[in-house]
Design a protein around this ligand. Structure first.
Ligand code: FAD
Length: 296
């Protein structure tokens, strides 16, 4: 049941990401969407986890477990550690194990707003009972339970990190701590991904690498991505946003088309895997799978 075993030469891994809805009344729709996505036969489906361990932690486990039991598709449960005490994480790991979850995307997450505004106090508390970086969580999981561990990486550098060089040094530490594979943050220009891939390989980071692709669905979503994640916009995307600024339906279509073209190019150029940020929309997943020839 290990995701790392899916990565094999000449057989790219195609995966989807979903998120547990925050509102109770939306939970039915995610189960319906999962049925449609499972029919597209992705290699695995990942389920996000609320920042700071709040909110939808149980939902992540519930959905990740359901995907495996109901559809026989491997699932990847995201887990963030920022601000979470060790014993809470250990309890959760035991629970995941008992639910048959063996694959975890180990993340720092984003510290709560109040913690990041006083970085010195948050860093001293994080050194005692909570984790400071994803690297610490990866090392802890590796020492305790038998999980396959994924980690996040950033083709344009993490938004908090001053230089790409430092960010890649830290990525190397995630590999050394015991990560088994990597998934990137979204990017809109494949050249950025290929440069990043080349550079991390040069630095001895050999883990399988899945390229994360997110279709553009609207102007607000793009603004969030730029300011929250530091993702850059190539001229082609800026032109799309301009061309369809009064036509959200056509922008959505063009955004999905752009993502599908990105995916096809990545696969043609031999990437280890592609990870589709589906935003819980089966039609997006289906369009992408069709375009890359995974379904008719
Ligand atoms: P880290 O690897 O700990 O890095 C965080 C920052 O610290 C970076 O700037 C890094 O350069 C720096 N750093 C790392 N190690 C060190 C070190 N040893 N010394 C000094 N600096 C260091 N968020 C959620 O809340 N829920 C999710 O489900 C979720 N899923 C994600 C899935 C993917 C594929 C990706 C790419 C991101 C996801 N995120 C999610 C967002 C993620 O939690 C944030 O980007 C977070 O800010 C960083 O997490 P990380 O695990 O990469 O952290």
């Amino acid at each position: 049941m290990s995701i790392k075993d899916l990565y094999q030469p000449k057989r790219p891994v195609v995966s989807f990401e979903i998120f547990p809805p925050k509102k109770d009344n939306a939970i039915k729709s995610i189960y319906e969407a999962l049925g449609q996505m499972a029919a597209l036969s992705p290699d695995f489906i990942s389920v996000t986890y609320g920042a700071g361990g709040s909110g939808n932690a149980n939902r992540t486990v519930e959905l990740a477990s359901f995907i495996q039991r109901r559809y026989g598709i491997k699932s990847l449960a995201h887990l963030t550690c920022a601000g979470t005490p060790h014993d809470k994480i250990h309890h959760l790991l035991t629970h995941m194990h008992s639910e048959g979850i063996h694959n975890i995307l180990a993340l720092r997450g984003d510290p709560p707003e109040d913690a990041s505004s006083s970085s010195s106090s948050s860093s001293s508390s994080s050194s005692s009972n909570t984790y400071r970086y994803a690297e610490d969580l990866i090392r802890d999981i590796r020492s305790r339970e038998k999980f396959c561990i994924g980690a996040a990486c950033y083709p344009e550098g993490h938004i908090d990190c001053d230089t790409m060089r430092l960010d890649m040094d830290y990525l190397r530490r995630k590999q050394d701590a015991g990560a088994d594979f990597l998934i990137t943050q979204l990017f809109f220009d494949n050249n950025i991904f290929f440069r990043f891939q080349e550079e991390i390989r040069r630095r001895g980071i050999t883990l399988p690498l899945s390229a994360g692709v997110m279709p553009i669905l609207g102007q607000a979503q793009i603004e969030r991505m730029i300011f929250m994640c530091g993702v850059s916009l190539p001229a082609g995307i800026v032109k799309l946003l301009h061309k369809y600024k009064h036509n959200p339906e056509d922008l959505r279509k063009a955004g999905i088309e752009h993502a599908a073209t990105q995916l096809a190019d990545l696969l043609r150029q031999g990437v280890d895997g592609v990870h589709i940020y589906t935003m819980n929309k089966p039609d997006i997943a289906a369009s992408c799978m069709k375009h890359i020839g995974r379904i008719n």
